[in-house]
Ligand binder design. Structure first.
Ligand SMILES: NC(=O)c1ccc[n+]([C@@H]2O[C@H](COP(=O)([O-])OP(=O)(O)OC[C@H]3O[C@@H](n4cnc5c(N)ncnc54)[C@H](OP(=O)(O)O)[C@@H]3O)[C@@H](O)[C@H]2O)c1
Length: 264
């Protein structure tokens, strides 16, 4: 689904704040009828109001995406209410900044549930509608933590890698179907993700970018039908560097962590 978003039906998870809220407003301003889903009703209401200023038929769903049944219900209700889905943006996600020595299996599972299993479940539930239409696009918001193996974020990085590889394989399977796939790799975007409880403090020294800049880059990439969208674009070079020599890249990362924390 490259090109204009006018009249398109766009379902965005995690539309109550940050990148998802920005994308909801961005797509609505571009003429799309937007459906947003997340847990915080008050925040959804605010975002929906701003979307409806552009497209009055935009909708919201208060839903906990950790609940598989709720994900299934969201898919059915969104397709019914919006009359189909042209663009699914799997954006909802949780961080997990925690050194691997302090990780437990339950935490890893809960991160995978939100960041991997839930977007995959929603995608599989909506895909038949897109295939029947013969058009559509599924966008997965991964993270640069996936290709770069961010230190102190093993559970998070792995969940984002899982969703990215699922998306890429799906893109091959659907190559000639009319349904496209995009994977978004944000670097550091200024959102509430860095202040959520139950996470180690964020210690990275990458300069953050505002949500508006991320939204523009993502919407441009989606409009162009891009498979991989790095935000900002220069992160693609870091990913290429790591792919070229993984040992060297990881040794450099460990040295960087040691120099900043005294820990390898
Ligand atoms: N900010 C960055 O630098 C950065 C970098 C790389 C990747 N990302 C990814 O970008 C995506 C958006 O994050 P953000 O930075 O915009 O942070 P954010 O403001 O914290 O947004 C996260 C969104 O996910 C929703 N969400 C979380 N758990 C949910 C659940 N159980 N059920 C339903 N919705 C849930 C939240 O809504 P409720 O709390 O209302 O449910 C919220 O709308 C995430 O996938 C994140 O991993 C962000």
């Amino acid at each position: 689904m490259a090109g204009s978003f006018e009249g398109k039906r766009v379902l965005i998870t995690g539309g109550s704040s940050g990148i998802g809220a920005g994308l909801a407003e961005g797509f609505a301003a571009a003429g799309a009828v937007v459906g947003i889903a997340a847990r915080r009703r008050d925040r959804l209401v605010e975002v929906l109001e701003r979307c409806r200023a552009h497209t009055p038929n935009s909708q919201m769903w208060e839903v906990d995406l950790a609940d598989p049944d709720a994900v299934d219900r969201l898919a059915v209700e969104a397709v019914d209410t919006l009359g189909g889905v042209d663009l699914l943006v799997n954006n909802a996600g949780i961080p997990k900044r925690r050194h691997v020595s302090r990780l437990d299996a339950g935490t890893v599972e809960s991160v995978m549930a939100i960041n991997y299993l839930s977007p995959v479940r929603l995608t599989l539930a909506i895909l038949p509608t897109m295939l029947a239409q013969g058009s559509g696009r599924v966008v997965f918001v991964s993270s640069v933590a996936a290709p770069l193996s961010s230190p102190g974020e093993a559970a998070y990085s792995a969940s984002k890698a899982a969703v990215a590889v699922f998306a890429e394989t799906m893109a091959v399977d659907l190559w000639d179907s009319g349904v496209g796939v995009s994977v978004v790799y944000p670097g550091v975007v200024d959102t509430e993700l860095f202040t959520l409880p139950d996470n180690d403090p964020f210690t990275g020294d990458v300069e953050s970018i505002p949500v508006a800049e991320a939204v523009t880059t993502i919407m441009d990439g989606v409009a162009a039908g891009a498979l991989s969208i790095y935000v900002p674009a220069y992160f693609a070079e870091f990913a290429a560097q790591k792919a070229q020599d993984v040992d060297r890249f990881l040794a450099g990362t460990a040295e960087y962590v040691r120099s900043r924390t005294g820990r390898g």
